[in-house]
Structure formats: structure tokens, C-alpha cells
Ligand binder design. Structure first.
Ligand code: ARG
Length: 585
């Protein structure tokens, strides 16, 4: 709900109380956006719901409310329609005043949260020596956008990369490293073993075929746990090489993250198990320590346990998450913890959240949220793969998007007979290519799977990054063409709304605060994408219908101001999606 709606709601409540008494202080006036612009902007449906209670016809009730309702500073005189709807239409002068006010504000009139909080967003989180795959790409893009929006709302946001940098697989990797690159372990140099994913595959092969290798690997795990220096050194080398590979992706995507991997919590794991034991929740099942879960059963219909310590003494993914949770609540003082992973992990999160709640570890003022997302599909509707059936390397995926954007710009320049510098073309290609990938992901409701299509995401038409970027460029073009300095439009500048297209654009511009509030709550960035897409669309309609540079004053300046406010809104909105704008493209 935006500020205008809140005011209207308040005034409606006051009218209800004035008409029917203090019993109605908490009655919801049921204020909703009008279903059709010809009925105005909002409608209050409370009269219909009170009919039984008051024993009157809704139209009569609506009349009594309206007779006490004073919205003369915001709306045209209210109208009663149909069975008893109260229709409210915003006054043009009210809209103009709102726009003139936000237009000079760097936050475009969007207030910061009334209760700023420490919030943690746990996202990206790839695994060392394994492929960073499209699932991690989604987590990275969605998590980054959510972090930006929460920060803009005024929260103190900690962006954590819960890297998978610990576990038994390191025994095998280190054993293999000693076997094939013994020299790497004795020099101080960084490791260069080429493709880590390939390395992982080969290590796994050795592990599977050789019993001696398996035993050595197990001993390496024990040595790693015990902190043996040479084993730790090898572990660090492996992590470092992975980290460098991940960083290439983060740099391309302009992502900032603080790495706090699973290994960070390793020393805390025994305490987690002890603390669980102290709550009496811990049970032994075939030598493993576990907590039985409500609402989860195995195939035989028996209660399902969450294992926190295996028979061999080792710990699980969930144990680490329980430790991390404790740390984040107690040390980081987080009040909201958001986990961005594919929906395949939904059970994992429900389960360890449940265990933490049962153990009474979650204070009432702490909120845990799993933000799940669907799969990335190829254009054939199956899991996204390369033509030869391999998983797509993220590096290749992003490069391909940039290369295609580059081909597009070269084509466009040729068609227009324009020439531009190499630097210009490359910058446009990089911004457009990366934005297209991000936007294609963010514009989908994240809970559904989405089809990855370079052609669609790079198209200048439709709900795409290039379409939005182009609307922004168009506005900058107006300023270049008319030699306009948007920051200096004269002292008497005023937004004045006459044409329908101006009013439609104006009303949309005033809805950004509502959209951002929604995303702050439900963490669905696609709502912001929808908003920006509609904004571009409404701007384009305005621009087709209302001449800007060629119109007379005062309309000319007013329209330039609408252009500028649209550009500022696009720029802000896109920045919250992690997308940069271009002045020309
Ligand atoms: N490393 C995990 C994976 O690649 C994701 C970790 C998500 N965060 C967490 N706290 N469990 O699937």
C-alpha cells in the first residue's frame, strides 16, 4: 500500500466511525485499486460487507459513509456505484503535487523502512572444486537483487556466500592432488591444475576404482579435521583456485559477496550436537544421532529423522546449517535470514528450520525465509545443456550473451549507417548481454522454471532488458536532441497533467513505492520487473501521443519533467535489479 492509499484508508475509517460509532475503529474499509479506470482509481467495498450487520442496504450504508468522508484534498467527490461501491478518483492537482515533490528527491519519494533490521541474504553459495552451474547463477542473480532492494529499504544487509568448502570429498581431492601434482604442495605458488571440474572427475574415478586410494582419502579427511598442516595447505590451494574461478563470474555480473563457507562453522559442529542433546530432542538411530521430524515420513511411513551426526562421527549439510543459523542469530544479530536456493532444497530448509524451532533457538523476532526458485530449461523444455549434452559453463553462457549482443549492435549500426568506436560497441555489448541474462531470470516469477533463450532475452521487443534500456536511452536522446539539461529545467518548472497518456504515466510513476514495499516483503523481484516494463510501455504511449520538444510552454517543460522522472525511475528500478543503464546504445 502506498502513502496515498494509506491516507485514504485512514479517512475511510474515520468516516466509518463517524457514521456508525467506535465499534468500527478496526473495520477494514476494503480499499482496492479500481477494476476499471472509468470508475476512478480506487474503490472501497466495505459497505457491501456491513449490510448484514447494520441491517441496511449497502447503497444506503455507502451513502452514510460518503456523507462523513472528507477526501477533498486528494480526490474528486466520491461516487457510489453498483450495489454500493464507493469510487474514488484522484484529483489531477493532487497527482501533480505528488510528482513535483518526488521529482526533486534522490529516493523518488520512497521512504525507508520504519523498522530497519539486520538482514542476511545467503545466496550464490557454489561448491569448491565443482561446477558453478545455472542453479548457482539463478541464486546469484536473485540473491543480489533481493539484497539491493532490502538495502535500499534501509536494512543493514549482510550478503553471505555459504560456499561448500568442507566435507569428505576433500579427502579424495587432496589424495589425488598429492598423486598427480606433488610439486604443487611444496611450493608457495598458487595452484594451476587447469580445469578443476575435470580434476574432480578424475579424482572421483581414482576413488571409485582403487581401494588403497579410498583408504588414503579417508585418512586425509581425518588429517584435515585434525588440522594437519600439509593437508590444510592442499585444501587451501584447492579453495583458492575455485575462488578465482567464481570471482570471474562475480566480476562479470558485478556481484559483491562476503565468503563465509561451511568450513567456518566446522569448529562449532560438536557444540550444535551437544546443545541438541541438552534439549532432549536428540535420538540415536542405528548409531547415528538424529532428531525426528513432524510431517515427514520415509517410504515405509515411519517418521523421518534429520541426521546431525553420522555413525562414523561425521556431520551433515544440515548440521552446518544449524551451526550457521545459531551464529547468524547470536553473533550477527540477524533478524531476518533469507536463503536463496533451488526449490530442490525446500525440504532441507523446512527440516532444519523445524529442528531449530523445536530446540527453541529461534527468538520470536527472528524470521527465517527460504526463497526457492525453479529450474533453467533449454528451448526444448528440458534441462539446460550444451548441444553435445554437457552442462553449460557459466563463463561460456555469459560470453555467449555478450557476443550475441555485440552482433546485434553491429547489425543495428550498419542498418542505421552509424559508426561508433570499438570501446562503445564493446561496452554496449557487455551491458546489454549481462543485463539480458539477469533480467530474463528476474522477470519470471522465481518459483517457476524458465526457458533460457538468447533470442528472446536479447530482443528489443517484449519484457526484456533491451526494451527497458532502450526506453531510458530514448529519453536521454530527447535531451541530446533538444539540448536539454534535465538537472536545470528552470525555476518555474511544474508538472501539469492534461492528456490521458500523461495521467496514465503519472499514476504509474507514483506506484513505485508500493511495488518496492511488496518486494521487501515477499522477495519476488519479478514484480519490480513488471512495474518497469509497464512503465516503459506507458512512457512509449505518452511519447507517441504527446509531442515533447515541439510543444508550447508550459506543456513542454512539464513533459520534459515527466521524461526525466521516468528516466530516473527506470534507472533506480534497474539498479535494484543489478542492471546498469546506458546513455546511448
Ligand atoms: N552449496 C549449496 C549448493 O550448492 C548451497 C548452499 C545454500 N545455503 C545454505 N545455507 N545451505 O547446493
Amino acid at each position: 500500500m502506498n502513502a496515498t492509499q494509506e491516507q485514504l484508508k485512514l479517512k475511510l475509517t474515520q468516516a466509518l466511525v463517524a457514521a456508525f460509532g467506535t465499534d468500527y475503529t478496526n473495520t477494514d474499509p476494503i480499499l482496492v485499486a479500481a477494476s476499471n479506470p472509468k470508475f476512478g482509481d480506487y474503490q472501497a467495498n466495505v459497505a457491501l460487507s456491513l449490510s448484514k450487520k447494520l441491517g441496511k442496504q449497502p447503497r444506503i450504508i455507502a451513502g452514510e459513509i460518503v456523507s462523513k468522508l472528507d477526501v477533498s484534498d486528494i480526490c474528486e467527490p466520491p461516487e457510489i456505484a453498483g450495489p454500493g461501491f464507493i469510487n474514488l478518483k484522484l484529483q489531477t492537482s493532487y497527482l501533480e503535487a505528488q510528482l513535483n515533490a518526488i521529482q526533486v528527491d534522490s529516493r523518488l519519494g520512497i521512504p525507508t523502512a520504519t523498522n530497519p533490521q539486520k538482514q542476511i541474504v545467503d545466496f550464490s553459495s557454489p561448491n569448491i572444486a565443482k561446477e558453478m552451474h545455472v542453479g548457482h547463477l539463478r541464486s546469484t542473480i536473485i540473491g543480489d537483487s533481493i539484497s539491493r532492494i532490502l538495502k535500499f529499504c534501509g536494512h543493514d544487509v549482510l550478503r553471505l556466500n555459504h560456499v561448500g568448502d568442507w566435507g569428505t570429498q576433500f579427502g579424495m581431492l587432496i589424495t589425488y592432488l598429492r598423486e598427480v601434482y606433488p610439486e604443487a604442495l611444496t611450493t608457495a605458488n598458487a595452484l594451476d591444475i587447469g580445469d578443476l571440474v575435470n580434476f574432480y572427475r578424475k579424482a572421483k574415478q581414482r576413488f571409485d576404482e582403487d581401494a588403497v586410494f579410498q583408504e588414503t582419502s579417508r585418512q586425509e579427511v581425518v588429517r584435515l579435521q585434525a588440522g594437519a598442516e600439509d593437508t590444510l595447505h592442499a585444501w587451501k590451494l584447492l579453495c583458492e583456485q575455485s575462488r578465482q574461478e567464481f570471482q570471474i563470474i562475480y566480476d562479470l555480473l558485478n556481484i559483491e559477496l562476503i565468503e563465509r563457507g561451511e568450513s567456518f562453522y566446522n569448529p562449532l559442529l560438536p557444540k550444535v550436537v551437544e546443545a541438541l542433546a541438552a534439549t532432549g530432542l536428540l535420538e540415536s538411530s542405528q548409531g547415528a544421532k538424529c532428531v525426528f521430524l513432524d510431517g515427514f515420513t520415509n517410504r515405509e511411513g515411519n517418521p523421518l529423522p534429520l541426521i546431525v551426526q553420522k555413525t562414523d562421527g561425521g556431520y551433515n549439510y544440515a548440521t552446518t546449517d544449524l551451526a550457521a543459523l545459531g551464529y547468524r542469530i547470536q553473533e550477527d544479530k540477524a533478524k531476518r535470514i533469507v536463503y536463496v536456493t533451488d526449490e530442490g532444497q525446500s525440504n532441507h530448509f523446512t527440516q532444519f528450520f523445524q529442528v531449530a524451532r523445536k530446540a527453541n533457538w529461534i527468538p520470536d523476532d527472528v524470521e527465517l525465509v527460504h526463497v526457492p526458485f525453479g529450474l533453467v530449461l533449454g528451448e526444448d523444455g528440458k534441462k539446460f545443456k550444451t548441444r553435445s549434452g554437457d552442462t553449460v559453463r557459466l563463463r561460456d553462457l555469459l560470453d555467449e550473451a555478450i557476443n550475441r549482443a555485440r552482433a546485434d549492435i553491429e547489425n543495428r549500426l550498419q542498418e542505421d549507417g552509424r559508426t561508433e568506436t570499438e570501446e562503445f560497441m564493446q561496452n554496449v555489448a557487455e551491458v546489454v548481454g549481462i543485463s539480458a541474462v539477469k533480467y530474463a531470470d528476474l522477470s519470471q516469477n522465481r518459483t517457476s522454471s524458465y526457458v533460457f533463450s538468447y533470442d528472446k532475452m536479447l530482443s528489443l521487443k517484449g519484457n526484456t532488458a533491451p526494451y527497458l534500456l532502450y526506453a531510458y536511452v530514448r529519453i536521454q536522446g530527447i535531451s541530446r536532441q533538444g539540448n536539454i539539461d534535465f538537472t536545470n529545467l528552470g525555476i518555474n518548472r511544474q508538472i501539469l497533467l492534461k492528456e490521458d497518456a500523461e495521467l496514465t504515466l503519472a499514476k504509474h510513476l507514483l506506484q513505485l513505492d508500493e511495488v518496492i514495499k511488496e518486494v521487501e516483503q515477499d522477495l519476488l523481484p519479478n514484480r519490480l520487473c513488471d512495474y518497469l516494463y509497464q512503465l516503459s510501455d506507458k512512457f512509449n504511449k505518452f511519447y507517441e501521443n504527446c509531442p515533447v520538444l515541439k510543444s508550447e510552454e508550459p506543456a513542454r517543460t512539464s513533459r520534459l519533467m515527466l521524461c526525466d522522472l521516468t528516466a530516473k525511475t527506470l534507472k533506480l528500478g534497474l539498479s535494484l535489479l543489478g542492471i546498469k543503464v546506458l546513455e546511448r546504445m
